[in-house]
Design a protein around this ligand. Structure first.
Ligand code: PLP
Length: 393
């Protein structure tokens, strides 16, 4: 009996020959994964997350397993889960670990949406939070209690750029029995080895340097601890986390060049930060590799590189309108959030609103994310905007 064209196209008999070897790994899609026979169905139910079989698209594909393994290699960890954004990875760690009555500690310079998550969703679940000063180990020590289940660390703060004494913060939190999670987005597995700092968990916004393209959102949760990984897997499944194959492909493609890109972002950012430090109207440059940055000495003992990120404080004598005019005059710097992509970016921040009014810097803060453009072109652009917009009155 001849079949209808729809049936023929869906059940087509052609199978391409095996043995196609290309440099990029294949991109595998599918919600449904076909089982070879009914008996396999019963076996596969046990296999989720162990990377020895497939049962459903959300539970892992050859593409996501490959990306997870490469990220484990990048960060020196054993288990990895991929989430649809860095923020989703942060939330999955919190929800997987914390229950009503627990407390989580966050640094005062924590990634903003992470603080909002503590204030809103975690509070609704009966989980409390406190913020500690990452530059004061005694403050962390004082805030640790029998209820502290989890301590987040971040190095450096991604707007104000202070680099904490990471090893001592981690040791202090762990000696009080807390689990320590690092937001490793800045270090990216390149500036330092996260698990050599003794953290239990490394969360990474792959949106930034691993992708490198400013074209995908993704996050990862990496740990060496089997029990922690199991907890995150449960939260991950319950929340329906999971990433699309095309997005995973973009990150796999970016990952191959992450070291070369990171080093170039670093070199260009350091050159521009040092140059800006000597310019009229700039009162301070906050780049962890420069001595003018709080915690520079900790950066020097912990890191072998720095990302393409730094902030400057514009002298208080300049008006908001002048600072805005400076941003608007820049031709090569887009005004926008995020970092790690090819295009340089600038963002003005209101210091009062990001630190609950407890900031210690005066002046206007601008954060730069340095892209992959030529350092001379970027310097020239900064110079023209400085002289046009920020010259002293
Ligand atoms: C961007 C970022 C995140 C969140 O990543 P998204 O993919 O944008 O959700 C988390 N932490 C830090 C430090 C970041 O810079």
């Amino acid at each position: 009996m001849s079949q209808d064209i729809s049936t023929q196209l869906i059940h087509h008999a052609y199978v391409p020959p095996a043995g196609y070897e290309a440099v990029p790994p294949g991109v595998f899609k599918g919600s449904t994964v076909l089982f070879p026979n009914a008996a396999t169905v019963r076996e596969r139910a046990k296999a989720f997350g162990h990377r020895d079989g497939y049962s459903y698209g959300l539970y892992g594909t050859p593409t996501t397993y490959t990306l997870e393994q490469r990220l484990c290699t990048l960060e020196g960890g054993r288990h990895c889960l991929l989430c649809p954004s860095g923020q989703a990875a942060i939330a999955t760690v919190n929800i997987g670990l914390l229950s009503s009555g627990d407390e989580v500690l966050l640094p005062t310079n924590v990634y903003g949406p992470s603080l909002r998550h503590a204030r809103t969703t975690l509070s609704q679940l009966g989980i409390t939070y406190q913020c500690y000063d990452p530059m004061d180990v005694a403050d962390l020590q004082a805030k640790l209690s029998g209820r502290t289940k989890l301590v987040w660390v971040e190095a450096p703060g991604s707007i104000t750029m202070e680099f904490p004494d990471l090893r001592t913060l981690v040791a202090t939190a762990k000696s009080a029995g807390a689990i320590v999670a690092l937001d490793n987005t800045w270090g990216a597995g390149i500036a330092f080895a996260p698990f050599e700092m003794s953290v239990d968990i490394s969360v990474h916004a792959l949106t930034k340097y691993p992708s490198g393209g400013a074209d995908v959102l993704m996050g990862s949760i990496i740990t060496n601890d089997d029990k922690l990984h199991d907890k995150f897997r449960v939260a991950y499944l319950d929340l329906g986390m999971g990433v699309g194959a095309n997005d995973a492909e973009l990150v796999l493609r970016g990952l191959a060049s992450i070291k070369a890109r990171y080093d170039l972002h670093d070199a260009t950012a350091r050159a521009l930060a040092s140059w800006l430090a000597g310019q009229d109207g700039i009162s301070r440059v906050l780049h962890p590799a420069l001595e003018s940055c709080p915690g520079h000495e900790h950066w020097a003992t912990h890191c072998s590189a720095a990302a393409g990120l730094f902030s400057v404080l514009i002298d208080e004598s300049r008006t908001h309108a002048q600072v805005d005019a400076f941003c608007d005059r820049l031709q090569l710097f887009g005004i926008g959030l995020s970092w790690g992509g090819p295009m340089s970016l600038v963002m003005p921040y209101d210091m009062q609103s990001i630190r609950g009014g407890k900031q210690s810097y005066g002046g206007h803060l601008l954060r730069f994310s340095i892209g992959l453009e030529s350092v001379e072109d970027l310097r020239e652009d900064l110079a023209q905007a400085l002289s046009e917009a920020l010259a002293a009155a």
